[in-house]
Design a protein around this ligand. Sequence first.
Ligand code: 0O2
Length: 212
Amino acid sequence: MAENSEFGEDLESWETVTFLYNAAAKEVVTKLEILNDEFKHVHNYNPIEYFKSRIKSPESIVKKLKRYGYEPTIQNMITYVNDFAGIRLVCSFTSDIYRLAEMIGRQNDLTVVSIKDYIKNPKESGYKSYHMIVTVPIFMSDRVVDTKVEIQIRTIAMDFWASLEHKIYYKFEGHAPEHISKELRECASIVSQLDEKMLSLNDEIRQYKLED
Ligand code: 0O2
């Protein structure tokens, strides 16, 4: 949302904010569904395997703001938390990730605010994913509010690793023993090899089809 929004710290403000971010997630989900359908129609291929959309819980928002060193207020959440509304797009191959990111970037009514490419630059943990923060205009009866949505794009294999690592990490509350972190990094490397293998197999199969 625009940073100059003036919300008081009351229940009504919280409800308005939640309404806006829910609306933003819905808007973006609809756009992605349309893009996927159009791609299927034109190229006879479905780049999105599945997607999930969620609104971050108040507890997670408070935790994140405290981690950043900010007071847990609605205004700070609007300004500093980029993933209150989040959409995770899961696709088959790494090449689909960049294709989807490009398609999203070309949407005139979405503004790409930032990109983090954890595929080219994986995190220390081994985490791989492509993150985009976009804003979408939400048309209310008396105003238009540009609202932030985080889109995470990753392959099925990356999603498998991230989901399990998230669970394990949570158990240790960020203090996993070094050998566990090391083994998780090794698993991330196996997952990357699997993605590469699947992509090259797919390229080879496509080549056969073209020759038919
Ligand atoms: P949750 O519980 O998944 O919502 P930002 O202010 O957005 O620039 P942030 O939030 O650190 O800073 O951004 P980043 O690095 O893009 O990470 C955002 C989200 O990516 C995280 O949200 C996770 O969902 C995911 N993520 C990032 N690093 C890891 C990792 O090492 N392992 C796993 N499994 N997921 C990761 P939250 O709010 O931290 O968590």
